[in-house]
Design a protein around this ligand. Structure first.
Ligand SMILES: C[S@@+](CC[C@H](N)C(=O)[O-])C[C@H]1O[C@@H](n2cnc3c(N)ncnc32)[C@H](O)[C@@H]1O
Length: 292
């Protein structure tokens, strides 16, 4: 074998260097994930078979995926999947790629429902890929879980994820925030990761976000809080007294969100930080009836 042969090891070094030169954050990891997809194997196999030469077809397929990444397509869309809360969610351009920070929303919802872990009703608004609703439903299998989104395309992805990951009981609805839910139903908990990027900040986002992820999933109106205001207001009519609203928000939006919730009659308003230490989730309890 000549030292010019495109072995797994050589092609990986080349692709990682190429990605690094383009300023991609996780160049080596991206190079490995793409090659593992082409070869239908895991990343350990790439190390074990470091010296294996690639066939012309394998090289051609790898080149195609490299071109997609070079055009800034998110790695999760190219792979068609993203791990979230230990589960593998299918994702594509119809939905936002689930972020590790959003796991904080799931843990907050689980913690704030721990005292009533037998029965309850959860509504996950702005569900996207369904990642929050599915993780919650699997951890609280006796709860009734509803999930909604204004995007019919996103709901197709969420439904598929729920069925594949073993949460077929989730009821999906389409509509603008609470319009998706039949009047009269009140929930013990409402979760949401709404779009919260201020409109004016969208042109400055990284190209893989700005050019590929749905703008409907990003655009939070002029100050980023348009949907948050709608959620806080609507939650007062869709939670049982004592029910909990938990929302993911932008890293500098916690104070304004706490103020909105306090004004609307929420108590025990708390903030949870994400893995990076940012205030990421604000949650509070609708004032119980006996406090009125
Ligand atoms: C930031 S993404 C969150 C997706 C998913 N929950 C997650 O955490 O990865 C926001 C989602 O809200 C949806 N959305 C935007 N405006 C909405 C509205 N007015 N009513 C309901 N859903 C909306 C978008 O379609 C998108 O799926």
């Amino acid at each position: 074998m000549s030292d010019k042969t495109w072995t797994i090891g050589r092609v990986l070094n080349w692709a990682a260097d190429d990605f690094r030169g383009r300023g991609f954050d996780s160049s080596r990891l991206d190079a490995e994930l793409l090659l593992a997809k082409v070869l239908h194997c895991d990343r350990i196999r790439l190390i074990l078979d470091n010296l294996r030469p690639l066939s012309p077809d394998e090289l051609a397929s790898y080149r195609e995926l490299i071109q997609r990444r070079r055009r800034n397509e998110p790695i999760a869309y190219i792979l068609g999947k993203r791990e979230f809360f230990g589960l593998e969610f299918k994702v594509d351009s119809r939905v936002l790629v689930p972020r590790p920070d959003t796991e904080t929303l799931v843990t907050t919802a689980l913690e704030r429902s721990a005292h009533r872990d037998q029965f309850g009703t959860l509504l996950d608004l702005c569900t996207g890929s369904g990642c929050v609703a599915v993780c919650f439903a699997l951890k609280r299998p006796t709860w009734q879980v509803w999930a909604s989104d204004t995007s019919a395309e996103a709901l197709q992805v969420a439904r598929d994820n729920a069925l594949r990951l073993g949460a077929p009981q989730i009821a999906f609805r389409q509509g603008n925030l609470f319009d998706a839910i039949d009047g009269g139903i009140r929930f013990a908990m409402i979760t949401a990761n709404p779009p919260y990027i201020p409109q004016g900040d969208i042109p400055g986002l990284a190209a893989d976000i700005r050019e590929f992820e749905p703008h409907l999933a990003l655009d939070g109106g002029e100050d980023g809080l348009q949907l948050v205001r709608g959620l806080v207001d609507g939650a007062t009519r869709h939670l049982v007294p004592g029910g909990v609203l938990a929302m993911e928000i932008g890293h500098d939006q916690a104070e304004r969100t706490r103020a909105l919730m306090n004004q609307a009659g929420f108590v025990d308003v708390e903030t949870t930080r994400d893995y990076g230490g940012h205030e990421r989730v604000v949650s509070g309890k609708l004032r119980p009836a006996c406090d009125d």
